[in-house]
Design a protein around this ligand. Sequence first.
Ligand code: FES
Length: 351
Amino acid sequence: MAIPEIPKYKPYFFEVKKGKSYLWCSCGRSKKQPLCDGSHRDTEFMPVRYVAKSDEDVLFCGCKHTGSAPFCDGAHNNLLDEYPSDDPNSPENIAINNIVREVGKPTTLDGGCFVVNPSTMVAGEAGNFRHVEFLSQGTGAKYQSQNYAVVKDGSSPVISYGGSYVVGFILEGDGELHISGRKFNVQRRTGFVVHPNETFQFLQKGDVPLEMYLNVCPIESRPDFSSDMRDNFDSEFPQRIAVIDRENAESMADRFFQVLIDKRMGCRAATQFIGDIPESKAEPHRHLYEESIIIIQGRGTMWTDTVKTDVGAGDVIFLPQKQLHSLQSTDPDGMLVLGVIYPGDNPSINY
Ligand code: FES
């Protein structure tokens, strides 16, 4: 089988127009990348036609090894031995201003990106469910709100987030999660998903409080604690718990990630994944998706166009769509992060 040339180890960002036809170059020889200029003549490659269904932003494959032509599927990452990195001590990076964090307050970077440690913020209380909503439309999100919550000494109230999915992660503690009448055991570093219109409740066990993050998507500002436990569990998707399993991690050059929650659990609104970042600074890049990144372990620096700030375990980074950024791990043991993205289900795609 012929091997295409590789004009770029990243996708091409393109604003396509509804009804317009695009001929994507599959051979890699075109001088008008990512589109065909006829250079495939005398090869076995043919261009791929794409007719845009709406005005939208797309990422056309640049490495020509995608399995989802004409779009990027992240295949370029595995054509490289190392994830593209950046020198934090280059003259341009040395000139970037460091913002000193303030306890209990978000630190704002460029383009609506911010870093916050929600465990230091003032919490609301509903019985023994202490919760802080730190991401919402009011703080610049379009697709997902996010809460930090703690449950201790027994059962939480019954909770509902209306017609939204709740994509959660237990940071610390052990207990049970009841979803519309079904019982699941949860423990430290467990992901879970609650489907729209289901109700849920936590039972904390042992000495350590249940500490968690709840992403609510589509965006919903407030939990409702008034409901009784419903009997409407979506039994088409009985699997709701995801655990970290290094055997099932996918490689991304010299990095690894594992998708915990996605459409395989019936979640059509967001994708939750866990990833390891070795001591390094990623090359600055952008995503088409909105993302929240929770630092589970390790420390580092979050960089945007003109500023940077220190980050560490317990911090959450909010990244609006298309914002240029770079997350640096300064920890010799690396950094463990949890990401929740929407729209899209592939955290290995950036441009
Ligand atoms: S020039 Fe590459 S497919 Fe036509």
